[in-house]
Design a protein around this ligand. Structure first.
Ligand SMILES: *Cc1c(COP(=O)(O)O)cnc(C)c1O
Length: 435
C-alpha cells in the first residue's frame, strides 16, 4: 500500500458536487469541515480497505459509520444480496425475509418481543418516541447532552456528533415548542436525572439514551448510571428507550443491554442491522408495540420498509455474527492491540491522550483527563485532532473526520493493519509535538 499521493479526481468531483449538493454532501460529516482539507471520493471497498477516485488505498476505521462490522463487501453478503436483487428490488408487500430477520433480532434481544423495520436509525428513534407518547399519554422526553438520536426535531438539542462538530446545539428550523418538550441532561450524571424526575417525572413519556455513548466520541456509562436510569423510569412509569443503533450487534450480539444486563422498554436499532443497506428497527414489549397501526392507533408506515435487499443484508450479517463463537473476542483483541499500542506511543511522545475502548469501538481524546461526558469531550485539545487526522490520512489511514466520533474495527482488520496504524500514529504524534 502506497501513501495517497494524488487527489486530482476527488478535488474535481467535490468542486462539481458543491454545485448540486448543499456543502457537496448528503450527510454533513462527510465534508471534512471539522478537520480541514477536502473529502476523498470513494469508488469501491473491500475488507478493511477503501479505494478512492484517484486510485489511492486507505485502511478504513469508519466502517460506513458502523455497519461494516464484517469488513466491506463481505463476499457471502454481497452474493446473497445480488441473488435477491435479481428477483426484484422491492414489492411493497409481505415477504418471508422480514419474518426471518424479525426472528433473528428478537432472539438476540430478549427485551424485543415485537418489532417494526424502518429505513434508518432516525426513523426508529422518532417512531419509538411517538409510541412512548401514545403509551404514556405524556409529551416530554429526556435525553443526554452529546447523545445523537438521528435528526428528528425533538432530538436536535445538544445532539453530539455532526451537530457537535459544527457547534450548533439547536438546529435552525426546529420549532421552539418542539424543543421545549426535550430535556437534555449531562451524561453520567445520575443526580441530575433524579432531580429532574422529582420535579417533572409524571410528565415524561420517555428517557432515551445511547447506553454506550458513541456520538461525543466513545464515552462509557459510569458504574450504576444505567441502573439508575432503569430504576427511576420504572418508578415514574416513563419508558426507557435504549438507542442501540450503534451498539446493537456491535458491543456484543445482544447489544449494550446484554452487556450491562439492563432491560429497556423499547430498543432502537440501525447500522449493523441493515448490513450496509438502509435499515432501522424499533421494538420492545408486546403491549407497547401493539399500539402500532394496523393493530393500534399509532401511525407509522414506510414504502420501502423491510425491503428484500436490506433485510437480506441484515439477515446474512446477523447469521455470520451469531454463528461464529469467536467473532466478538477477536474484534476486541484487534482493537485492544491498537489501543494499548497507541497509549504507549502517546506516553513516549508526551502527547496528552485518553483512549476509550469497548469491543471493536474506540476513540482517542487529546486530553490529560478521563472523558465521562460531553462537556469534557468538548474541552479536549482543539487543534491536535485535526492535525492527527490529516497526517493519518496522508499515511493512508481513513479515520472518522471529527473528534466526536467513534472508530470502528471490523473482522477484516488484521494484526498487520494494526501495526501499520500504530506506525502512522507514531509519525502523527511526532509531528504534533513539533509545533
Ligand atoms: C447513526 C445513529 C442514529 C441515526 O441513524 P441514521 O440511520 O443515520 O438515521 C441514531 N442513533 C444513534 C446512536 C446513531 O449512532
Amino acid at each position: 500500500m502506497h501513501p495517497p499521493s494524488n487527489h486530482t479526481q476527488s478535488r474535481l468531483l467535490y468542486a462539481q458536487s458543491l454545485k448540486f449538493l448543499p456543502g457537496g454532501v448528503n450527510s454533513p460529516v462527510r465534508a471534512f469541515k471539522a478537520v480541514g482539507g477536502k473529502p476523498v471520493f470513494i469508488t469501491r471497498s473491500r475488507g478493511a480497505y477503501l479505494y478512492d477516485a484517484d486510485g489511492n488505498t486507505y485502511l478504513d476505521y469508519v466502517g460506513s459509520w458502523g455497519p461494516a462490522i464484517l469488513g466491506h463487501a463481505h463476499p457471502s453478503v454481497v452474493k446473497k444480496v445480488q441473488n435477491v436483487a435479481a428477483r426484484g428490488l422491492s414489492f411493497g408487500a409481505c415477504t418471508e425475509l422480514e419474518l426471518i430477520l424479525a426472528r433473528s433480532i428478537t432472539s438476540a434481544f430478549p427485551s424485543i418481543e415485537k418489532l417494526r423495520l424502518v429505513n434508518s436509525g432516525t426513523e426508529a428513534t422518532m417512531s419509538a418516541v411517538r409510541l412512548a407518547r401514545a403509551y404514556t399519554g405524556r409529551t416530554r422526553i429526556v435525553k443526554f447532552n452529546g447523545c445523537y438520536h438521528g435528526h428528528g426535531d425533538g432530538f436536535l438539542v445538544k445532539a453530539g456528533s455532526g451537530s457537535a462538530t459544527f457547534g450548533v446545539p439547536d438546529s435552525a428550523g426546529v420549532a421552539p415548542r418542539v424543543a421545549q418538550d426535550t430535556i437534555s441532561l449531562p451524561f453520567n450524571n445520575a443526580q441530575s436525572v433524579l432531580r429532574t424526575f422529582e420535579r417533572k417525572g409524571r410528565e415524561i413519556a420517555a428517557l432515551i439514551v445511547e447506553p454506550v455513548a458513541g456520538n461525543m466520541g466513545l464515552v462509557l456509562p459510569e458504574p450504576g448510571f444505567l441502573e439508575t436510569l432503569r430504576e427511576v423510569t420504572r418508578h415514574y412509569q416513563t419508558l426507557l428507550i435504549f438507542d442501540e443503533v450503534i451498539t446493537g450487534f456491535r458491543v456484543c450480539f445482544g447489544g449494550a443491554q446484554h452487556l450491562y444486563n439492563i432491560t429497556p422498554d423499547l430498543t432502537c436499532l440501525g447500522k449493523i442491522v441493515g448490513g450496509g443497506l438502509p435499515m432501522g428497527a424499533y421494538g420492545g414489549k408486546k403491549e407497547i408495540m401493539e399500539l402500532l397501526s394496523p393493530q393500534g392507533p399509532v401511525y407509522q408506515a414506510g414504502t420501502l420498509s423491510g425491503n428484500p435487499l436490506a433485510t437480506t443484508a441484515g439477515i446474512e450479517n446477523l447469521k455470520i455474527l451469531s454463528t461464529s463463537k469467536t467473532v466478538y473476542s477477536k474484534l476486541a483483541a484487534t482493537t485492544k492491540a491498537f489501543c494499548e499500542g497507541v497509549k504507549e506511543i502517546a506516553a513516549k511522545r508526551e502527547v496528552p491522550l485518553q483512549v476509550t475502548q469497548l469491543g471493536s469501538m474506540f476513540t482517542l481524546f487529546f486530553s490529560k483527563k478521563r472523558i465521562t461526558n460531553y462537556r469534557e469531550a468538548c474541552a479536549c485539545n482543539p487543534t491536535m485532532f485535526p492535525r492527527y487526522f490529516r497526517t493519518m490520512l496522508k499515511g493512508g489511514i481513513y479515520l472518522p473526520p471529527s473528534p466526536f466520533e467513534t472508530n470502528f474495527v471490523s473482522t477484516a482488520h488484521t494484526k498487520r493493519d494494526v501495526a501499520k496504524t500504530l506506525e502512522a500514529a507514531d509519525k502523527a504524534f511526532r509531528l504534533l509535538k513539533r509545533t
